[in-house]
Design a protein around this ligand. Structure first.
Ligand code: URP
Ligand code: ZN
Ligand code: ZN
Length: 466
């Protein structure tokens, strides 16, 4: 296999920033050495990549995507081929997607279906969480088997009654099981039963526009569900990871739990950090482009999310990439916001938007790498192979140009969706070259990867608990 030397860059991990050359052999990082050192000069590499003036960072780990996901009467518009290719363009080299247990089905059936969707299609490495939508004796037992084969995290929903919803008893049982088998419960924390009442009342009163999606899914109902999930996890003795946190009040619940030393973790997403209810209120049904759950919040919530990321009350930024085209998909909800498929595109934008957060002074460079690479890798049992740059680790590497200017747009992105949630946004910083296990998959802004290069990665249990 080709040996590659990446020379002259600033290597940034969650732990440190050093000027170093990086040697890649057999798909792994073989060595790091001071540029110009006798050791680095002795390297006989087949290929040299010049990273002078650039950063060398670990490939991003996006721990929350929905590719080829049937939802809201349609299916997300990126499949495993287009979605993983777009991820590579954006400097993400591993994603963890959600396999779905349908009601009345075994976990195994859902997992097999997701393996079949992904097999031979992926440009980057991938793993699976499992969505539990039918918690019963059989599926509880199956959780143990899945943990044993590398599917170590399970998403439950307090929202979407009649679809994915679990009641408190089912949630408690799944948490008790996870407490015994080492699994991590991921929670969609919104009080879906109360929200459905408010949806019904809003529609009956003629409040049908996309902005009402945000108004009925109240911050208090996210905070209440977060509080309840934490209490249930405490009773069960299990860890808890709350997904797509958007409300200031929900961050406060996580902070309170963490200050009591409970094993409670939180994730937010770029859309909550950069977008707001102003987008949901865009006229001519354009607000539908921003319908997701939890919903976008008034922009005053953003300060609490940034603070949570700095104080480690929130540990991870994932995309919740769940794209639906405006034309033909989001449009399903014209005249009834509750029929707009929930989800936003973003798998290609996460690393850049978070670099912009560095430029804007919200987070440090190392925290950028921590929340986007190292922490999701540790949280979901992928470290040390993923999420850092260390001898013996996978050579999932990005040469990142921190000075390049770009404008985010559907005209130039690679996601299979007809709009960008960040259309026209100027950002500083851009992915230049990407290696996935030593293979160059993006070469100075040209895609050189292939469908089928990406491998399924079985995971160990959460590494914050061991
Ligand atoms: O709106 C969203 N978040 N769609 C994807 C499904 C989920 O709840 O994560
Ligand atoms: Zn969710
Ligand atoms: Zn999601």
């Amino acid at each position: 296999m080709t040996t590659t030397a990446i020379r002259g860059g600033l290597v940034i991990t969650a732990a440190e920033e050093t000027r170093a050359d990086v040697l890649v052999e057999d798909g792994k990082v073989a060595a790091l050495a001071a540029p110009g050192s006798a050791f680095a000069q002795r390297w006989q590499a087949d290929r040299t990549l010049d990273a002078t003036g650039k950063y060398v960072i670990p490939g991003g780990v996006d721990a929350h995507t929905h590719l080829d996901f049937p939802f809201g009467g349609t299916a997300s518009s990126d499949d495993f081929e287009t979605g993983t290719r777009a991820a590579a363009w954006g400097g993400t080299t591993t994603l963890v997607d959600f396999a779905v247990q349908s009601r009345g089905q075994a976990l195994r059936e859902g997992l097999d279906r997701w393996h079949a969707k992904a097999d031979g299609k992926c440009a980057i490495d991938y793993a699976f969480h499992m969505i539990l939508s039918d918690v019963n004796e059989a599926s509880l037992k199956e959780m143990d088997l899945l943990v044993g084969e590398g599917v170590t995290s399970f998403k439950l929903f307090m929202a979407y009654p009649g679809v994915f919803y679990s009641d408190d008893g089912q949630i408690l049982r799944a948490m008790q099981r996870a407490a015994g088998n080492g699994g991590l419960i991921m929670m969609h924390a919104e009080n879906g039963i109360a929200i459905d009442v408010l949806v019904e009342q809003a529609l009956a009163a003629g409040r049908t526009d996309p902005r009402h999606h945000g108004e009925v899914r109240k911050a208090l109902l996210e905070a209440e569900a977060t509080h309840r999930a934490i209490a249930l996890a405490q009773v069960a003795g299990s860890p808890l990871y709350v997904v797509h946190v958007s409300a200031e009040e929900a961050v406060a619940e996580l902070a309170r739990a963490r200050h009591k030393d409970l094993p409670v973790f939180g994730e937010t997403c770029p859309q909550y950090l950069f977008l707001s209810t102003d987008n949901l209120a865009e006229p001519d049904f354009e607000g539908a482009k921003y319908v997701c759950s939890t919903p976008l919040r008034p922009r005053e919530h953003q300060a609490a999310l940034w603070r949570g990321l700095r104080t480690d009350d929130l540990q991870v930024v994932s995309t919740d990439h769940c794209p639906f085209c405006f034309s033909g998909q989001k449009e399903l909800g014209r005249g009834d916001f509750s029929k707009i498929p929930n989800g936003l595109p973003g798998v290609e934008n996460r690393m850049d938007l978070l670099h912009q957060a560095v430029v804007d002074g919200h987070i440090s460079r190392r925290r950028w790498i921590e929340i986007a690479c190292a922490a999701p890798a540790r949280m979901f049992g992928l470290a040390p192979h993923k999420g850092t740059i260390v001898p013996g680790g996978d050579a999932d590497l990005v040469i990142y140009d921190p000075h390049a200017e770009q404008t985010l747009s559907a005209a130039t992105h690679h996601m299979n969706v007809d709009y960008s949630a960040y259309e026209g946004k100027r950002v500083t910083g851009r992915v230049e070259t990407v290696l996935s296990r030593g293979e160059v998959v993006i070469d100075r802004r040209k895609f050189t990867g292939r469908a089928g290069h990406g491998r399924y990665v079985p995971r160990t249990t959460c590494q914050y608990l061991t």
